[in-house]
Write a protein that binds this ligand. Sequence first.
Ligand code: NAD
Length: 280
Amino acid sequence: MEQLKLNNGQTIPQLGLGVFKVQDADDLKRSVAAALKEGYRHFDTAAIYHNEAWLGEALAESDVKREDLYITSKVWNSNRTYDETIAAFHESLKKLQTDYLDLYLIHWPSDGYNEKWRAMEDLYNDGLIKSIGVSNFEKPHLEKLLTTAKVKPAVDQIETHPYFQQKELNKYLRSLDIAHEAWGPLGQGKSNVLDDPTLVKIAEAHNKSVAQVILRWHLQREIIVIPKSVHAERIAQNINVFDFTLTDEEMSLIAAIDKNQRGSGDPNDEEFLKNSMSRD
Ligand code: NAD
């Protein structure tokens, strides 16, 4: 599996399995087992997905050693303070049946993220997290975070797919040496990106599926991808993207189909951020 080097010297497998919306324990365990068999070692969850415990069980049941796994989780917006962030982290560790995380992210730039970051830095300095990062942070959020941060985020996990390519933010992240990680890399099954005629044509030329072409495009942009599927055949397909290369011309053709069209979750939606901070 291709690894990317992060700004703190740690490495991350460039492709992993996302488990958002997997709400059934058996589905989750089956898909993690299928993924491990296909060579996935990187798994992306979050406290708000309410499936960390199942992921923990699935990984504990496998014979893959902990040091060969890469586990990401995220602190939810309702955990607002330094102490709440520390407590939420330990809760995630317990559920995931591990004593450290490879990557821990602030899920959204909801109010108070500078203080939450201080807690993340302490957990990082204590060796409980190998790398710390953010998610759904745009330029102004990062600028504000960096006014107090002592440790620079290693990763920013943001919505990215061919209809929402995040070209500007990608450039900004590159300038800061913060790795760009794509959520919703396949458009979340919401847009019709999988039927896009340009992508269909490129897929036919390589004898690959459109999903594989999209994942390959992300990889060649040096973006980390965590496609989600609970189907063994798609899980296998989504990691089978290291045996072909898109040409510069194909990369340019894909760059041109950008619609700058967000699929969900706007980090500038103050109402959403405020509501998501509720402790109920
Ligand atoms: P995704 O783009 O990975 O799309 C998943 C959907 O694509 C599946 O449900 C399936 O319908 C389809 N699919 C998957 N493989 C396919 C294939 N080979 N062929 C055809 N269709 C296929 O969307 P996602 O799950 O929302 O994003 C991936 C991961 O990113 C999540 O599971 C989660 O871990 C993370 N995520 C993070 C945030 C955040 O705010 N940080 C938000 C959303 C998702």
